[in-house]
Ligand binder design. Structure first.
Ligand code: SF4
Length: 189
């Protein structure tokens, strides 16, 4: 596979250039709060696995953040298991797959949760601010907002992708890992 491995040192950069908004948001919140609730850990953790972060690196990545909040010992005790679990190294040893857009869009984040799809779950004000920070121009912004009003969240995400990468994207976004892979393809070509 072309982009099968990603290391921790590249992660800030690829998050900025190639993560869809749902994952950028989780990533930024994790960096900011040094913590994510269960739904966010699952959504981002499985995405990162799909991106090519190996188990050892995933453990180091999550530990570096969570330790600052709960301490290294509590991380090892309470959180490391579920990360190994996501990689199929614990429990039933299922190799869990990253969530699709459909699954993320239909999730129901509660107070203090940061998972979900921003096009569906953010307020208009927060969504506009987030898109602005991603570098979406005002023309594309209004196109995105129109799609959102009509509940075409994946089309809104596709327009964002096109605006940021400066190229059309006929396939349409239906998976965050597809967004990532195709972004990397464009940026590396
Ligand atoms: Fe993420 Fe899919 Fe929503 Fe885009 S449409 S932000 S990839 S869940």
């Amino acid at each position: 596979k072309e982009f099968s491995e990603v290391s921790i040192k590249d992660i800030n950069q690829i998050a900025k250039s190639s993560f869809p908004l749902c994952m950028r948001h989780l990533f930024e919140k994790l960096r900011e709060d040094h913590h994510l609730k269960h739904g966010g850990r699952m959504q981002l953790g499985l995405f990162l696995k799909g991106v090519g972060l190996k188990l050892e690196d995933a453990l180091a990545f999550w530990k570096a953040e969570f330790s600052q909040k709960v301490g290294a010992e509590r991380f090892d005790k309470e959180y490391a298991y579920s990360i190994r679990h996501n990689y199929g190294r614990e429990g039933k040893r299922t190799d869990y797959t990253p969530y699709s857009c459909q699954k993320i869009i239909s999730s129901t984040p509660g107070v203090g949760d940061h998972h979900g799809c921003p096009y569906r779950h953010f307020s208009e004000e927060n969504l506009r601010a987030a898109l602005c920070r991603m570098g979406v121009n005002s023309g594309a912004m209004e196109d995105v907002m129109e799609k959102v009003r009509n509940r075409h969240y994946q089309l809104a995400c596709t327009i964002t992708f096109e605006a940021i990468h400066g190229s059309s994207y006929d396939a349409g976004i239906n998976h965050p890992n597809q967004y990532f892979t195709d972004s990397q393809k464009i940026l590396k070509s």
